[in-house]
Design a protein around this ligand. Structure first.
Ligand code: SF4
Length: 390
């Protein structure tokens, strides 16, 4: 087998990674590692354009798309539940406001003077909050203060595609300013509105006992509406549980990212040249854990090629987030789950294999690395291979 076209000018750097004449490490994808571990010839054939053929490949693609859809459905239900709970908590706050107003009106009915000064105080407060809200919307204050935004969170996972997992209220990396508002601005406007309504109510309600009664009735009506909203939240919670079971997601787990092959961001490490997109990155106990879903026959233990692919994702998650994942997961179906630990031995295995692939890219010489007929029988590139044992 000749060297892989276009890589003939690369040479190893001080760390042993092969770099081209622009000092860039040769790219090695997680799929390269999987194919090369299975059989270097299969990898070389893929590099030369021999696409994998066979029923298993087609079935695998369909199965992967289904898994992704189930994870997406879980995320959509999770967001639906969050929204329903946020809306319910706002509605519940309104009930509390109505009830406290009703009590206030009853108790302070005769204290006209003190009510007037409370009303003036509330008007001042409402105007102050309104001015602050307008300034907050029109000035990029988060940029100046580097405060109140989720910049760190954004930097930590900036290589993940945000469109895959949308955010409930304020997008990742939101900096506001020049006509944009987030949570702080919404809170200020909401507060200004409530203060102003109270001030108006205190000034214009002639019969405060009657106004208190009306507010109590309103609070009851609002309680009914809030119950309906709570019921929606409970239904969303039920649907979320079903979606969670469908997607095979554990109770202690959350999904940070799911690969749909089209929009998901590629994770990269320019030092080693490693590249890849894990099927999912889940959050377990605050750690980002890459997860690889495999379809087809379920083996007794994970294949070496699948393990090598996962090691690449572990390294990429570590370099992208700056946090070392303790392990990664390979799933064969929903039941067969294997943890692969991210330790020094596996790190060295990955680095050595990456350098070996880069060397073969330049020097050529990919050969069959096994004597197993079964491997060749299951090989999706057997049709293009002249060293097949089958
Ligand atoms: S048919 Fe066999 S030797 Fe050829 S690429 Fe596939 S596994 Fe390797």
């Amino acid at each position: 087998m000749e060297s892989i076209q276009g890589q003939s000018f690369a040479s190893p750097n001080g760390d042993g990674f092969w770099i081209d004449n622009k000092q860039k490490a040769l790219n090695v994808s997680a799929s390269d590692l999987e194919r090369y571990t299975y059989c270097p010839l299969s990898w070389a054939l893929a590099k030369e354009g021999a696409t994998g053929k066979g029923e298993a490949i087609e079935k695998g693609k369909i199965k992967h798309a289904e898994i992704h859809q189930r994870v997406q459905k879980f995320k959509a239900k999770q967001i639906e539940l969050k929204r329903a709970l946020i809306i319910w908590s706002w509605w519940f706050t309104i009930i509390l406001v109505f009830v406290s107003d009703a009590i206030l009106f009853y108790l302070l009915d005769k204290e006209t003077r003190s009510l007037e000064s409370v009303s003036q105080y509330l008007t001042m407060l409402a105007l102050t909050w309104l001015i602050l809200a307008i300034l907050a919307i029109y000035l990029p204050w988060r940029k100046y203060l580097e405060f109140g935004s989720n910049i760190d969170e954004y930097n930590e996972i900036k290589n993940f595609d945000e469109t895959v997992i949308p955010f409930t209220f304020q997008p990742l990396g939101f900096l506001g300013g020049w006509g944009e508002g987030g949570r702080v601005e919404a809170g200020l406007l909401f507060g200004a509105m409530i203060c102003m309504l109270h001030a108006i109510g205190l000034t214009w309600a002639e019969n405060r006992s009657q106004a208190g009664f009306i507010l109590a009735v309103l609070a009851m009506i609002w309680t009914l509406l809030a119950s309906w909203q709570l019921q929606k939240a409970l239904l969303a919670d039920n649907e979320l549980e079903t979606a969670k079971l469908d997607a095979g997601i554990d109770d202690k787990m959350d999904v940070a990212y799911s690969d749909d092959e089209e929009s998901a961001g590629l994770l990269k490490d320019d030092v080693t040249g490693l590249r890849g997109r894990p099927d999912q990155i889940v959050i377990v106990d605050g750690e980002f854990i890459p997860m690889e879903q495999k379809t087809g026959r379920v083996p007794d233990k994970p294949h070496k090629s699948h393990q090598m692919q996962l090691l690449a994702y572990l390294h990429l998650v570590e370099t992208t987030t700056g946090r070392k994942p303790p392990y990664g997961v390979i799933k064969y179906g929903n039941e067969n789950i294997h943890q692969i630990f991210w330790d020094e031995e596996n790190y060295n295995l990955l680095m050595n294999m990456t350098k070996e692939i880069q060397r073969i890219m330049v020097e050529g010489g990919a050969k069959r690395n096994h004597e197993r007929i079964g491997k060749c029988q299951n090989c999706s590139r057997r049709y293009a291979c002249d060293s097949s044992l089958a």
